[in-house]
Design a protein around this ligand. Structure first.
Ligand code: GUN
Ligand code: FE
Length: 440
């Protein structure tokens, strides 16, 4: 069997400050290898004949395209696809009025199955091949997502046992029964997911965190997204026995055993110094969701801007996320673009495209513990990549690549869903915009 060569330009993350940007490049892999094709070599096209003197090569001409590694989304709700563009003037109102009634629909397994199929196609279309996913409170929202989504996804059912509408509320024992069964079955592909502190009894959070550790699962929840939410949480918990003296929102989760290197907190916008220290000390992770936190005018929830400076100062592990449907678009290019625009506007100079790419690929893979397999385009890693059409034939630079995306999104942001021409997973094409089908 010949080796497969994708001839294209490519970009691949190195770290926050640097990116490989290669014009006239080539990605080489053995498509016949069992267990998923890994890249054998990446480099300049002109070196192919020399390096592969003794191999037959099957060349696939994508010279009009730029490749980048499969993208990761560290926090999104796959069951909120239809509320992405609903009115969002207040987080708690948006949840009660639109989001929760919508999530209730996933109580019907046939509906869940159908929607998972559709969401899988959306993921392929935007090139997201991994990340942390919130389902509804129903177990099928986890099993279906894990069965259907292609890539490295960790999924959890949201826990809601109090302060929730009757139609979307479980008893503590119902919730824990599901957690136990799914944690045991899916281990590190499962995330124990208390929706957020106000909707989960403390003893359910404590017990589910224990189960997560027992089965090596992840934990994910929301933390400090909105000032009204924080006030509500503190009032609620300080009135509960055992929590009278809690210092902060983070402290509540800390007392319940939720913090740690396998815990991902969404948002974290209004943290005190003590809370930053707690996250640092426990090596907890933050999912930064810039499009969800953006202004209502920009279809976000208007929650504020994440402090990148503090995250850096406290050496917090963090990566980017869309937070669908708090965020309006699933494309991580929309998220990367918004990340740079918002932080640059706030004069946060370190927020570059290099950092954006790193935090939507390699850094996310590290957080998932998968950097030995995915997250970049380099020899030894899986042949997972996206191809974007080149808009300009001159010298490829990272800033130019993103500038053309920015320009396009300024004109029509919804077209972020159409930026990717092809998505390839383990050496197999799973999406092509020209055929609109899955499969090679
Ligand atoms: N806080 C609790 N639940 C949610 C949710 O579904 N989305 C967002 N953005 N914040 C939340
Ligand atoms: Fe969220």
């Amino acid at each position: 069997m010949p080796l497969t060569v994708i001839e294209c330009d490519y970009i691949s993350p190195i770290d926050d400050k640097s990116t490989h940007v290669v014009r006239d490049g080539a990605l080489v892999y053995d498509a016949s290898s069992a267990g998923g094709a890994r890249l054998l070599w990446v480099g300049k096209r002109r070196d192919l004949d020399h390096v592969f003197k003794f191999h037959r090569l099957k060349r696939i001409d994508r010279r009009q395209f730029v490749a980048c590694p499969g993208l990761f989304d560290l926090h999104f709700h796959w069951v909120q696809d239809d509320v992405r563009l609903m009115p969002k003037d207040s987080l708690l109102k948006w949840l009660e009025q639109y989001t929760w009634p919508y999530e209730q629909r996933f109580s019907k397994p046939s509906y869940t199955q159908k929607r998972a199929r559709r969401f899988k196609r959306e993921l392929h279309q935007v090139g997201t091949l991994g990340g942390f996913v919130y389902g509804s409170l129903h177990a099928e929202s986890v099993t279906e997502a894990l069965k259907q989504f292609v890539g490295d996804f960790v999924v959890g059912n949201v826990l809601m046992t109090m302060n929730s509408p009757q139609y979307l509320c479980q008893t503590s024992s119902q919730a824990l029964k599901i957690v136990k069964a799914l944690a045991k079955k899916y281990t590190h592909h499962y995330a124990v997911t208390p929706r957020f502190a106000p909707t989960v009894h403390p003893e359910v959070m404590r017990e589910s965190a224990r189960i997560a550790r027992l089965h090596d699962c992840f934990i994910q929840t929301h933390l400090s997204e909105n000032t009204d939410e924080i006030r509500f949480v503190l009032e609620l918990f300080r009135a509960m026995k055992g929590f009278e003296k809690v210092k902060s929102y983070t402290d509540i989760y800390h007392q319940l055993g939720l913090l740690g290197p396998k815990t991902i907190f969404g948002h974290c916008l209004h943290l005190s110094a003590g809370e930053w220290q707690l996250l640092k000390r426990t090596q907890s992770v933050i999912a930064h969701c810039p499009t969800s936190n953006a202004s209502v005018k920009d279809n976000g929830l208007g929650s504020g801007l994440f402090s990148l400076e503090k995250a850096e100062r406290y050496k917090i592990r963090w990566a980017l996320a869309s937070d669908i449907g708090g965020g309006p678009y699933l494309s991580m290019f929309d998220v990367m673009n918004s990340f740079v625009q918002q932080h640059q506007k706030a004069k946060v100079k370190q927020a570059t495209y290099s950092m954006a790419l790193n935090r939507a690929t390699l850094e996310s893979a590290k957080i998932m513990g998968l950097e030995h397999r995915v997250g970049a385009l380099s020899a030894g890693l899986e042949a997972n990549f996206l191809l974007l059409k080149k808009t300009d034939t001159q010298l490829l630079t990272l800033n130019r690549f993103f500038a053309s995306i920015k320009e396009r999104l300024q004109h029509d942001r919804a077209s972020s869903q159409e930026l990717v021409s092809e998505t390839w997973y383990q050496g197999r094409r799973i999406f092509s915009s020209s055929s609109k089908t899955t499969g090679q």
